[in-house]
Design a protein around this ligand. Structure first.
Ligand SMILES: *Cc1c(COP(=O)(O)O)cnc(C)c1O
Length: 402
């Protein structure tokens, strides 16, 4: 899609996901962006090399700082999130650490929602503390708690919504308003939604981070991460966080695959959401199930907020069984089509046990404090036929305790 658009209205989400920031005619007519497999770039002369390092001339230098295939992907995600600039990394944790290490220094305070992906929690709770950066965990679904906790020392406010693994939601606009008053930076991990369902920057967040390993890649065949925000902030993440601190640049091959994945994001998300809604209702009605956590259910305390800030309710479900953790293990073992595996957002329906797997970084007593039980099971609803997914859960649930 040429940047000088001939049309008089902005192109839709799917069109931009397929075309934005790439014109085949600039690359020998190649319909798909070429894969630039090179670690370094030749300079015309020594002066040019120096100018590029000094930032006085635009152009590529070395893969850790930028690559043409990666640049197309970065522009495309920034466009879809409604941000000025984007950055891709070799994993979601690469993007999150690039953000923290670029934006924080010793003595700063972070305020985070109490439920976070296991490694993000561990990074804040156990590792940033080694560099004198303290995190206070609050229930951010209640904005009054942020109002009470925020201070001059607060540099960053951080959340996931819906949160991994228990599907709690945070009101992005309300948190952004409080954060802005205190001149802190508000980061939202948008992995569960992708920009197709939710655009935190439009609601007032300052930076969005992603595990692109999940829905953006969409096929369970790569690891990648991303960040989108103002040009200034993305420059800081790129030139400090990635270039000089964690080195977590995405490979061009993985960037190529994420570009391919994003072309079908809208179709996949529609299907993930449709199937998840039906499956959540089926699970909620089953006798063996204690509680289902899914914002599309009328029983969810977050249903109204989800309708306001998400366009659909997503493809992730959490549930607790009446038989607790033992029943959860039996359920995972009894499923046949559905695969027991961590990660999410793939074509395959996946089920896992956060307390012993993705969130085993929390101590047992921390799990309750941070909002999830040992019996919680997490489902990433895949793209198989709904009837086959439903039949598998039904047979596995019916068999519990027999
Ligand atoms: C998986 C995940 C991450 C970490 O991403 P990686 O690509 O595995 O490094 C961060 N946040 C959320 C919400 C995730 O689900």
């Amino acid at each position: 899609m040429s940047d000088s658009r001939k049309r008089n209205r902005p192109a839709g989400f799917a069109t931009r996901a397929i075309h934005f920031a790439y014109n085949p005619l600039d690359y020998h007519g190649a319909l798909n962006p070429p894969l630039f497999m090179t670690s370094t770039y030749a300079f015309e002369n020594a002066r040019q090399g120096g100018d590029r390092f000094a930032g006085e001339e635009a152009g590529y230098i070395y893969h850790r700082v930028g690559n043409p295939t990666v640049s197309i992907l970065e522009k495309r995600l920034a466009e879809l999130e409604g941000g000025e600039a984007g950055l891709f990394t070799s994993s979601g944790m690469g993007a999150i650490t690039a953000a923290f290490w670029s934006l924080l220094q010793a003595g700063d305070e972070v305020i985070a929602d109490k439920t976070l992906y296991g490694c993000t929690f561990s990074l804040l709770q156990h590792h940033m503390t080694r560099f004198a950066i303290k995190t206070r965990f609050i229930d951010m679904s209640d904005p009054a708690q942020l109002e009470a906790a925020i201070s001059d020392k607060t540099r960053l406010v951080y959340c996931e919504t819906p949160a991994n693994p228990n599907m709690r939601l945070v009101d992005i606009a309300a948190i952004a308003e409080i954060t802005r008053k205190h001149e802190a930076t508000f980061i939202v991990d948008n992995t569960y939604c992708t920009p197709y369902l939710q655009r935190p920057l439009e609601l007032g967040a300052d930076l969005v981070v992603h595990s692109a390993t999940k829905y953006l890649g969409g096929h369970g065949d790569l690891l990648a991460g991303a960040a989108v925000g103002s040009q200034d902030m993305i420059d800081q993440l790129r030139f400090v966080g990635i270039k000089e601190m964690n080195g977590a640049m995405i490979s061009s091959m993985d960037a190529f695959l994420v570009l391919r994945g994003i072309k079908t994001l809208h179709l996949r998300m529609d299907r993930h959401c449709q199937t998840a809604q039906k499956l959540a209702e089926l699970l909620e009605a089953h006798d063996a199930v204690e509680q289902v956590y899914y914002p599309g259910l009328a029983s969810s305390p977050f249903h109204e907020l989800a309708k306001r800030q998400m366009s659909q309710f997503g493809g992730m479900i959490a549930l607790e069984l009446k038989g607790g953790m033992d029943a959860g293990r039996d359920l995972m073992d009894a499923l046949d089509l559905v695969t027991c595996a961590v990660s999410l957002g793939d074509a395959e329906t996946l089920v896992q046990h956060p307390a012993s797997m993705t969130h085993s970084t929390y101590e047992p007593e921390e799990r309750i404090k941070h909002g999830f039980t040992d019996g919680l099971i997490r489902i990433s609803v895949g793209l198989e036929d709904y009837d086959d997914i439903a039949d598998d859960f039904t047979q596995a649930l019916d068999g519990l305790g027999k």
